[in-house]
Design a protein around this ligand. Sequence first.
Ligand SMILES: [Zn+2]
Length: 85
Amino acid sequence: MDTSRQQDCGCGHVREVLEEYVHAELDSRERAALDAHLRSCPECTNAHRLSLTLTSVIVRGCREQAPIELRRRVIARIETMRDVP
Ligand SMILES: [Zn+2]
């Protein structure tokens, strides 16, 4: 994990729980906090959209086993996007 780019806007935490958020596994208070953050943070909104897309692809394509390799590639892609000015 990349710990050299610590941000104080809460992005780190958002990325940590984004998976659970997408799968609706967060409690309502945590969801509300993430909703608020996503509204004010384009980067996390991007990551959230990609995560949603990825999740729907996985759910549609393969319910039993998530293609880990594909997930890694998409996550790497998100990291790349964050570095684009
Ligand atoms: Zn953020």
